[in-house]
Design a protein around this ligand. Structure first.
Ligand SMILES: Cc1ncc(CO)c(N)n1
Ligand SMILES: Cc1ncsc1CCO
Length: 224
């Protein structure tokens, strides 16, 4: 095992309990067995459209802070992909759910969506390049793992199956491998103190990933 592999293993061990909790969550089991209520899925897609708009901007901030040209092109291209995913996959799903992208974007940004996107924006603006990358990593990693898991499970609901395909897709898996390779190199170039900051950012973002599923399951609203 190289030092880089060890760092990725440490990052995963920090978040593997969160990943297990995500797989066991009724939102995810419901995607797989088709029992997820459509209104909860609609809530998720609407909030995810808000999320991805901010996420795409956070990725451009990572591109701005990048120290290597290869990282600039990677983050700029991933940002473009996130915008495209928002515009194509989400637009199609929203139409199938009986609404439109316009109607969805007019719906309020709910508390967990706002908290998570603000955490990412704060990490990217105020944190170092390494911290920004730590914060954006779980978004790729957990969705790549969830997508692969759910593809093996399959879904009897064609809408849920289409969503699963987008994240089990080899292109998304490849994007995840790219950012893992980049994170490994950044960790290699960093002090132990900075490595710890990356792990803390990734751990908090992974917690928000769990909260995001849970908020969709409960169709979270502003209580006041
Ligand atoms: C909340 C969330 N995390 C990660 C992804 C993966 O792109 C997504 N679409 N939404
Ligand atoms: C992380 C991420 N989420 C949707 S697209 C994207 C970039 C991968 O190309």
């Amino acid at each position: 095992m190289t030092d880089g592999d060890r760092f990725v293993a440490a990052l995963w061990s920090d978040i593997e309990d969160i990943y297990a909790a995500i797989l066991a969550h009724p939102f995810i089991t419901g995607l797989g067995d088709g029992t997820l209520p459509r209104p909860a899925f609609r809530h998720f897609i609407t909030q995810d459209a808000h999320y991805l708009r901010e996420y795409a901007r956070v990725l451009t901030l990572c591109a701005t802070k990048a120290t290597h040209d290869d990282d600039v092109t990677m983050f700029a291209s991933h940002s473009a992909n996130a915008v495209t995913a928002e515009q194509t996959l989400h637009a199609w799903l929203l139409t199938e759910l009986g609404t439109t992208a316009e109607e969805a974007s007019a719906e309020p940004v709910m508390p967990t969506t706002l908290a998570y996107t603000n955490y990412l924006l704060a990490s990217a603006y105020r944190g170092s390049y390494a911290e920004a990358v730590g914060a954006v990593l779980p978004c790729y990693w957990l969705y790549a793992r969830v997508g692969t898991h759910l593809r093996a499970v399959g879904s009897p609901d064609p809408l849920y199956a289409r969503w699963i395909e987008a994240y089990a897709d080899p292109d998304f898996q490849e994007a995840t491998n790219q950012i893992l390779t980049t994170t490994t190199r950044i960790a290699w170039e960093s002090t132990p103190g900075t490595q710890l900051l990356i792990r803390t950012r990734a751990h908090t973002a992974a917690r928000y990933e769990y909260l995001f599923w849970n908020a969709a399951w409960h169709q979270e609203q502003w209580p006041i």
